[in-house]
Structures are given as structure tokens and as C-alpha cells.
Design a protein around this ligand. Sequence first.
Ligand code: HXC
Length: 493
Amino acid sequence: MAFEYNLEKQHAKGKLHAIERINALVDKDSFMEIYAAARHQCTNFGMDKKDIPYDGVITGFGTINGRKVAIYSQDFTVQGGSLGKVHGEKIAELIEKAIEYKCPVIGVNDSGGARIQEGVDALCGYGEIFKQNVRASGVIPQISVIVGPCAGGAVYSPGLTDFIFTVDKISEMYITGPKVVKQVMFMDISSEDLGGAAIHAQKSGVAHYRAQNEKECFEKVKELLDYIPHFYGDKVKADTKFKFSSKKAKEIQNVLPESSTKGYDIKNVIENVIDDGTFYEIMPEFAANAVVGFGKIEGKTVGIVGNNPGFFGGVLNCDASDKISRFVRYCDCYDIPLLTFVDVPGFIPGPQEEQKGIIRHGAKLLYAYSEASVPKVTVITRKAYGGAYIAMCSKHLGADFVYAWPKAEIAVMGAEGAIGILYAKEADPNVKAQKGQEYRETFMTPTIAAQRDYISAVINPEETRAKVVQSFNFLEGKTSNDVICKKHGNIPL
Ligand code: HXC
């Protein structure tokens, strides 16, 4: 018997209903709901008289663009989408099955959290989900869509997944809500300012994409699924209809500004190397001094990383290091080759980032690139200084091919800083200027690095696409033989 969903109650809040969200994601008529008849067994606080259809969460399987997916969608119109024992078991089992069936899991979150009447049974439901989230990590992609409240410990299931999508004015994610903040910290704060979509997209780095409305959000989720393998070992079919405009070769020559101290947008380099219109940026609003995302090269997905000199000179700070490291590890999990564009003046100096732990966060970057055994191609467009040169997928961390543009500057640091240290006691400004010139001529070119075999080739910008294509084609099927027997490493988290 068909169940009548309470659409009006949800629409009155300007939100889609749980089933409408599923329909916005899956191919028409492909959704197979499971356990629609599931009911709670709680008798506390009058619960024995409460019928909660499907225990507040719709679960099942379907297809998106013909490829299978598992989906759960919490229904806020039924007891606030709160999570009781059965609700939790349904989600945990869905993830377990998705691992078995080798398909991504999409979790649509809209819930008041642990069902208060069920007490510890509700908490146990979360525990089961977290355990399955961790089992699934690196086996199948896990995507969380936050379209309502997601409060308390409930945030940790999305927090364990690979990608979190949020929607302006609808998403709320926090460990404790505004009322608790008021009680404990005597602070008035709106839920939007505490854990709204903008906060998590721009400041906390919790969210990977912020949409303006639910429709845009679900379209973006579907688009992502077109880029990524759907399970470990999956081979995404190359899009044979890819396009690459010939005018891009000209455009890429004009990206670098005349002055090496001027910024530019690294996305203008990326767009001129990958197939037309294929850049899918992840976390575009967070740590904009680094850019990460998926793109296609001759129809095949690659993970793209770049320093962005258009923001803070492209320097590496704690947030940029976290953003890049997590993305690199994701790509490595699913055998997505890595293409890195380098223009980096170094790790950021100063007490603020030191106190935040730039050593610990920067170490993640070294760890992630060193550990990644996928094909790795690096292009140094301009600056590559100090530890940041090494960290940004240098040959020393295992890059397979490193290309440098003729204006590349590969050195321990910039000329001013170097001369300031080497000739600190020199009073004559002419001597300092002359030494600065000598330093520039010696190190502010890719020549020495190329002579030492740290650079595979110095190339003109317009050759970049061809070299990248050639390199990735050559590296297809690469296997790493650098495997030391151990349980697992200890990444500096
Ligand atoms: C049981 C709940 C519920 C909950 C909401 N409802 N949350 N029932 N347990 N956690 C019910 C309400 O009683 C109401 O039932 C219906 O859902 C709709 O809720 P409203 O409050 O009317 O909606 P709204 O005004 O939009 O407010 C939404 C809300 C608020 C902000 C989410 O409901 C709220 O603050 N809920 C509690 C949030 C919370 O603190 N959860 C526990 C977090 S701790 P009726 O019958 O009136 O329609 C946690 C621990 C997890 O989750 C630990 C994991 C390790």
C-alpha cells in the first residue's frame, strides 16, 4: 500500500521532502526502497502509541546516470527525522550492503539527532553507523548532503564521509546548537552563524560544496559521481567526446604576469591544460591559496592540485595543507592520477600559523604525496621555494614527471630573503644589489634543478597539455613496488 508522505509540512519550511530528494538524485523509476515497514520498538514516554513510518529514514538503492548507488534520506516530518535504534540500523546496514554491492552511498541528512525517548539505544544506532562509515572509507565513495539540522554527535557520520554538500539557509551543522552555546558560554548566536552553510564552506573547511538551493545541490552531487570511480578498483570509462580548444595554447602563454611578484589565478593555467569545461572544483571557498578538484585529460579523470598565487601569493598555510592532503589521499584511495601545478613562495612564516601547528599540518602534505602511489605529474609554473618546493609533489616525493616552465624559480628562498641572511653585515647597498643579481641568475631559473635531474624537462607553457597527456598515457597501469610490510602508517593528523 502506497504511503502518503507529509510533503506540505516540509514544503512550508521551504525544503524538499525526503522522497523528493531521492527522486531529484536517481534515474527515473530506478529507486528500490527497502525496509519501508520497519518500526521502532520503544515504549518510553508514550512512544508505544507513536507510529513512525519507516522509522524516519527512507533507505534503498537506485541508479544515477545508469550507475548504481545506495541512498538514505532522513524524513524530518516524521518525529523530526530523529535517529532511533531501528533508524540507525537501517542506515548502518545500507552502508554495509553498499560495500558488498560496490556502490557509492549518498546520505541525505535532515534530523533532530538522537531520538531522545530511546536514550542509549539511539546512541548505539550512531555507533553502528560510524563503524560502517569507517569500514567503507577507501572502498566506496561516501557523500553526505546536509539539508536541515545535523546536530550533536550526528555530525560525525558526515564528518567521516568523503564529500559534504550544504545548502544556503537550510543546512545547520554543529556539535551543540545555539541554545547550549547560550547556556554554557552566555553567547547569543544564530544557527546560521554557528554552523550554517557559509561557515562550513569558508571557515571550518567541513563542507566541500555550498549550493544556493537544493536542486543545484543534487545536480552537483550527480556531476561529482560522473568524475569519480564508484568503488576501489573501478575504472571510469573515458569520455571519448572530449574537446580541447586549440586557442588554449595561446591563452596559456599569457597567464604569467611580467613581474614575478604579481599574483594570477592558477585556474587560468588549469583550464588551459584540461579538456574544455571539465574542472570540478572541491572546496572552492576554503583556503583559496590552494586549489583542488577533478578534471579530465582526454576524457579520463585526474585529481588536480595547484597553489594559487592570486590569494596570499599562493603560500602554504595550515588550511591549504589540510585541503591538499585530504584531496591527495582521496585520489590515491581510488587510483585517480594526480596533476600538480606549483607556484609557491613557501610555508607561511609567523607565530599565528606556528601556533596553529603549521609543522603538523604541513607534514600531512609531505606524507600524503609521498604515500600516493598513483601516477604523479608536476608542472612548476613559477616559484618553488624551500620546503614547499619539496612538499608540492617534487621528484623527491615520488613525482613520475616534473616539468618546469622557463620562468621557474627553484631555490631555498627568494633573492631578498637570501641576501638579507647571507650579507646581513654588508653595509654597501651596491654590493648587496650585485649579490642579489648573482643569486637571481644562479637560482631563479630551472637550470640547476634540470642539470641535477630533479626536473624531467623544461617546457614552454604551450607544450604543457601535450606533455601532460603524453605522461599520463605512458603512466597508465603504473604499480608501486615500494610496499613495506606494516599495519598502517601514522599520518600526523
Ligand atoms: C525526538 C525529536 C527530536 C529528537 C525533534 N523531535 N528532535 N524527537 N528526539 N532529538 C521532534 C519534535 O518533538 C517534534 O515532534 C518534531 O520532531 C519536529 O521538531 P520541532 O522542534 O517542532 O522542529 P523545529 O522547530 O524545526 O526544530 C528543529 C530542531 C529541534 C532545532 C532540530 O527539534 C531540536 O532542537 N531538536 C533537538 C536537537 C538535539 O539537541 N538533538 C540531540 C543532539 S545530541 P512533534 O511530535 O511535535 O511533531 C545527539 C547525540 C548523538 O544527537 C550522539 C552520537 C554519538
